[in-house]
Design a binder for this molecule. Structure first.
Ligand code: ZN
Length: 165
């Protein structure tokens, strides 16, 4: 009788341990932590940077801007783009024109007051009210960037107040 059942098992485990000691170690030193490791990958762009609007916008504005950027608003243009049913393609505000981003942002008569205020405020810092501003893609001085986000945020909220986005 050479050893019991426990002794035999112990021998095999030891052999496995000896084998695993020859393999490369799986627990290599952890990668150095960078700022990107704490940001969920879903909100990072392909080069690993967080979009500016996610840092600048208030929590009630960021989702609206994101929907514009992703062509995922409830505007008829985006609904059709995503093959979703559209009750009427006409603008829900003026009911005169196709409900596109360009119409709502730049020409709908029902948003004239909010648009004029946004356009005037943008001109005051040498910027144009364009889709870049709406998307939160602004290049300029810090003052221009902050102002651009403030202006476009107010305009986006004014649009959302009138129409479901
Ligand atoms: Zn309209």
């Amino acid at each position: 009788m050479v050893g019991g059942p426990g002794g035999g098992r112990g021998g095999r485990v030891s052999a496995r341990r000896a084998e695993s000691d020859c393999l490369p170690r799986a627990d290599s030193p952890p990668a150095p932590k960078t700022s990107t490791t704490i940001v969920p990958r879903a909100i990072l762009n392909p080069i690993g940077a967080c979009s500016e609007y996610l840092k600048m916008d208030d929590v009630d504005v960021a989702p609206i801007r994101a929907r514009f950027r992703l062509c995922a608003t409830r505007l008829a243009e985006h609904q059709e783009l995503r093959h979703l049913p559209v009750l009427s393609p006409l603008c829900r505000l003026c009911t005169l024109e196709y409900e596109s981003v360009a119409h709502v942002v730049f020409s709908c008569s029902e948003l004239t007051v909010a648009r004029s205020a946004a356009r005037d405020a943008a001109r005051a810092v040498a910027l144009d009210l364009d889709l870049s501003l709406i998307a939160g893609v602004v290049s300029g001085t810090d003052h221009q960037t902050r102002t651009a986000f403030s202006i476009s945020s107010a305009f986006l909220l004014a649009i959302r107040k009138r129409i479901r986005l």
